[in-house]
Design a protein around this ligand. Structure first.
Ligand code: URA
Ligand code: CA
Length: 433
């Protein structure tokens, strides 16, 4: 086989066979196919798309390019959750203990990552002593015993995706549905769960800005998952404004704790219940979404969810007393209110801009080497649709520096106050096939 022939075949709109896709991905991983040929191929896919079977073959070829996690030693149906990424997205911190409280095994591999705030692991590390350096055996034992554990990225998972994603980043080929879908799904499949719930975000703070693109991506990922034997469901959810009120690390942990106690923000709670009820159904712990939702609400009300969170923290070396005393979380030196300049209704909070403001305070990393300030971030005081009076705080900056001029102007730019406002729909839809 010659790579140049396969590039031409895709360029002319042909369909590649499984052996052809395996040849490309294996060759690229090994280095026998150079970056320039892979770039041309990615661009051909960008313009000509891929058929459903090509997408599934591409995904599995990337899974097979490296190690995979074997979770078969864990009893029960393992359901993983993935979000395509948003601002102030605290869902994993809440969902993991919440579904584990219903005896559903949560064997989570998580990363730090780059972005507006840290990843799930960074956030959890704002709890003193908490760590994810557990061995694979300990990880399996913890999940079997207590149904929940989080481990840092281990092993060489999907090296083909790592290499291809970096190449796409500099060749104008990130924004291709088959490439995004196979990239995300290969990582989820390599991580070993039996079923997957996807939270596909749409809106200004999301990767997929329009609802139409979000649906396309969701349909593609669900179809890949189902065709390779992992039952997959996708929720399309709003990311036109940040989720909840907190955008940061420690402050998102506090928000997660509140939500597990039943006193969290309305939108975060609703999204967690929606994603959670699909996880419960996929794990076969309920027959209908309604039944699943009832069970989730019950473990929030009876305290089992927050108890599970405490147990999880303790198991991984953390100080669980933060749950009852959140002042023990890292605290910022300054809390600076930003006040409304006029009366009206909040009609827009541009998620991306709020995220960037949090990053400017030090809540996220721009490069892998950057360190994160876990204490800082943005606490919104209003959400879209809320009434506001001139002089009232619309956001509070949690900062370790006094000079917050740039951040303040970012927040003013991101929040619009108008005569009227419409509350955005949180759940746009659900894709099951
Ligand atoms: N996230 C991924 O993991 N891969 C993509 O291609 C895009 C977003
Ligand atoms: Ca939040």
């Amino acid at each position: 086989m010659r790579m140049v022939d396969l590039i031409e075949k895709k360029r002319d709109g042909g369909e590649l066979s499984k052996p052809e896709i395996d040849f490309i991905i294996q060759g690229y991983t090994k280095g026998t196919i150079p970056d320039y040929q892979m770039s041309a191929f990615a661009m051909a896919v960008f313009f000509k798309d891929m058929t459903a079977s090509e997408r599934a073959d591409m995904t599995m070829a990337m899974v097979e390019s490296g190690e995979t996690i074997d979770l078969s030693a864990i009893e029960g149906i393992k359901v993983d959750k993935h979000s395509t990424g948003g601002v102030g997205d605290t869902t994993t911190l809440v969902l993991a203990p919440l579904v584990a409280a219903l005896d559903i095994p949560v064997a989570k591999m998580s990363g730090r990552g780059l972005g507006h705030t840290g990843g799930t692991i960074d956030k959890l590390e704002s709890i003193k002593g908490f760590h994810v350096e557990v061995t694979k055996d300990e990880f399996i034992d913890l999940v079997n015993r207590d149904k929940i554990a989080v481990i840092g990225q281990t092993g060489n998972l999907t090296p083909a995706d790592k290499k291809l994603y970096a190449l796409r980043d500099v060749t104008g080929t990130v924004n291709s549905i088959p490439l995004i879908a196979s990239s995300i799904m290969s990582k989820k499949i390599a991580a070993g769960s039996d079923a997957i719930v996807l939270d596909v975000k749409t809106g200004s703070g999301a990767f997929m800005k329009t609802e139409e693109d979000a649906y396309k991506l969701a349909h593609t990922m669900v179809s890949i998952g189902n065709s390779v034997g992992r039952k997959t469901v996708a929720i399309i959810s709003d990311m036109s404004q940040p989720l909840g009120f907190a955008v940061g690390n420690a402050i998102e942990v506090k928000e997660a704790i509140d939500t597990l106690k039943g006193v969290g923000p309305k939108d975060l709670t609703e999204l967690v219940l929606t994603l959670g009820s699909h996880m419960v159904c996929l794990a076969k712990k309920a027959k209908s979404e309604e039944e699943a939702r009832k069970k989730l609400i019950e473990v929030i009300k009876n305290g089992k969810a927050i108890e599970k969170f405490k147990l999880f923290i303790t198991n991984q070396g953390g100080d669980a007393s933060v749950v009852d005393n959140t002042d023990k979380l890292p605290q910022a030196a300054y809390k600076i209110d930003i006040s409304a300049k006029k009366d009206g209704f909040v009609s827009e909070i541009v998620a991306d801009e709020v995220g960037t403001a949090a990053m400017l305070l030090g809540a996220g990393r721009a490069t892998k080497e950057d360190t994160i300030d876990l204490a800082v971030g943005i606490m919104l005081r209003k959400k879209v649709g809320d009434k506001v009076e001139k002089g009232e705080p619309i956001a509070t900056l949690y900062s370790n520096k006094k000079d917050v001029e740039e951040v303040t102007s970012k927040i003013y730019n991101s929040i619009t106050i108008s005569d009227k406002a419409e509350i955005p729909k949180l759940i746009h839809g659900i894709v099951t096939k």
